[in-house]
Design a protein around this ligand. Structure first.
Ligand code: NAD
Ligand code: UD1
Length: 339
């Protein structure tokens, strides 16, 4: 029988692209989302693009009764857990909401999985757990440290999984540390639409390019990087989604707890990203230098060797595709899924 994957947060940015990838690789998918940071239309688009229907449960991952119903009715064999809040700045303003959603959500999910005997989980972690790196590129064994409530929910989530596995070695747990996902589906119909002013760089640049904002604010040009601006490992959302399907291979190995970086291994600076998107959009995108954003680090990029060797996964798409697809999504959907 085909595997049935429960995707929590499946309507969100990474979730919707991963649902599409799962369907295209012949998996049965069930989505649970409360649409707190997404629009039901993303799932409609996934259905249209794949020509496949799948059950969608509108509800909260903290609702154990609902989870029990889903596991029983759908015969779920594995879970990819995306549901949670992700805004670093906001997490410092409403920390309790972050701990509640990100940690109670994970705990309730694990409790129900334990009670129904489903032991296969992929957990969305973040390169933010590496803090300010002492050495680059980052391998999975680099020291961990976090500086804000969002980051702490991710690190605590990882620790919960390590404790669970130490207590019961029959679990199959995969922790994926994402670097900076950007871009959109090549169709231009599926992408990310941040609410309000984007805090991430690429959505901000594309909003400037299409005239929604005046200029890009470059947060600092005096870092110890080649051009003085911050360097990050941007990864195409399709590559990231494929990384989840590749990580499911670990579920077939019996049991274990493994951690993988999902990044390209290549860092780009803020100015390189502005140049890349200027080329794609066929216009000079204006920017101004601002002071550093508190909490930012100079540079962060992955050593993706472990995922390549153990999962047979590596990023296929480069800066050109990331920019082209990000720009196409922005141009076709200036109001996200509201159009
Ligand atoms: P997103 O906000 O687009 O998606 C999260 C989805 O979860 C949304 O559809 C939201 O409605 C849903 N959700 C939130 N709380 C819920 C709850 N209690 N019950 C049910 N649904 C709920 O975010 P994303 O960018 O797709 O990120 C997915 C995961 O990856 C998150 O856990 C995030 O922390 C992690 N992550 C994201 C990034 C990134 O740059 N996007 C980087 C590292 C890690
Ligand atoms: C941020 C989060 C991180 C999260 C990641 C992906 C912080 C401190 N970290 O990472 O936890 O996992 O997003 O969602 O918020 N920049 C500008 N102008 C802008 C926006 C950003 O110059 O308007 C610069 C930043 O200083 C940085 C780079 O662009 O050098 C990338 O920033 P961003 O997209 O916010 O990602 P991160 O800071 O890496």
């Amino acid at each position: 029988m085909a595997e049935t994957i429960l995707v929590t947060g499946g309507a969100g940015y990474i979730g919707s692209h991963t649902v599409l990838e799962l369907l295209e690789t012949s998996h049965r998918v069930v989505v649970l989302d409360n649409f707190s940071n997404s629009h039901p239309k993303s799932l409609e688009v996934v259905k249209e693009l794949t020509g496949q229907a799948f059950p969608v449960y509108v509800g909260d991952v903290r609702d154990k009764g609902l989870l029990e119903q889903i596991f029983q009715k759908e015969e779920v064999t594995g879970v990819i857990h995306f549901a949670g809040f992700k805004a670093v700045g906001e997490s410092s303003q409403i920390p309790l909401a972050y701990y509640d959603n990100n940690l109670v959500g994970l705990l309730h999910l694990l409790e129900v999985m334990q009670s129904v005997g489903c032991r296969n989980l992929i957990f969305s972690s973040s390169a933010t757990v590496y803090g300010d790196p002492q050495e680059l590129p980052l391998t999975e064994t680099a020291p961990l440290s976090v500086t804000n409530p969002y980051g702490r929910t991710k690190l605590m989530g990882e620790e919960i999984l390590r404790d669970l596995f130490a207590a019961d070695g029959s679990w199959n747990l995969v922790i994926l540390r994402y670097f900076n996902p950007i871009g959109a589906h090549p169709s231009g119909r599926l992408g990310e639409h941040p609410q309000g002013i984007p805090s991430n760089l690429v959505p901000y640049i594309t909003q400037v390019a299409c005239g929604l904002r005046d200029h890009v604010r470059v947060f600092g040009d005096n870092y110890a990087t080649p051009d003085g601006t911050g360097v990050r490992d941007y990864i195409h959302i399709q590559d990231l989604s494929r990384g989840h399907v590749a990580a499911m291979k670990r579920w077939a190995t019996g049991s274990g707890l493994s951690v993988y970086n999902l990044g390209t291994g290549q860092g780009y600076s803020v100015l390189e990203m502005i140049r890349g998107l200027s080329q794609t959009a066929g216009q000079e995108i204006p920017y101004q230098i601002y002071s550093r954003r508190p909490g930012d680090i100079a540079a962060c990029y992955a050593d993706p060797t472990k995922a390549r060797e153990e999962l047979g996964w590596e990023a296929q798409l480069g800066l050109e595709e990331m920019c082209r697809h990000a720009w196409k999504w922005q141009r076709l959907n200036p109001n996200g899924f509201q159009d």
